[in-house]
Design a protein around this ligand. Structure first.
Ligand code: AMP
Length: 114
């Protein structure tokens, strides 16, 4: 997989507003937020799209969701609710080809993801 802007964030080559990090993943604020809270949860392992996720990486995929839910609970908006989105390839409007989970929250969200 070729390098992406998220790889540069993981390696601290470019700045980001990082809100969480562990051995497996990093989470930071989206530069163009679509909701009052808009974070990206990114595995440190380079995986271009959801299509490239392997069965042996199921635990890693689960960690992305668990990290997002844990963040929502810590920040106190879990009960109000939130949305997690993974965009894949062109029709999914994926623009950065390093697998990532969007976490959107902080207000009632519209029906679609925009
Ligand atoms: P996607 O369209 O699902 O690939 O989402 C990519 C997201 O990355 C978009 O919501 C962008 O706003 C966000 N993004 C792009 N560059 C950066 C950056 N340098 N820091 C934070 N978020 C970024």
């Amino acid at each position: 997989m070729s390098d992406t802007i998220f790889g540069k964030i993981i390696r601290r080559e470019i700045p980001a507003d990082i809100v969480y990090e562990d051995d497996d993943l990093i989470a930071f604020k989206d530069i163009n937020p679509q909701a009052p809270v808009h974070l990206l949860f990114v595995p440190k392992t380079p995986i271009a799209t959801l299509n490239d996720l392997q069965p042996g990486q199921a635990e890693l995929a689960g960690k992305l969701f668990l990290a997002a839910a844990a963040y929502a609970k810590r920040q106190g908006f879990a009960e109000d609710g939130y949305r997690c989105v993974v965009n894949c390839n062109g029709h999914g409007c994926q623009t950065v080809f390093q697998l990532h989970l969007h976490l959107l929250a902080g207000a009632p969200l519209r029906g679609g993801f925009a």
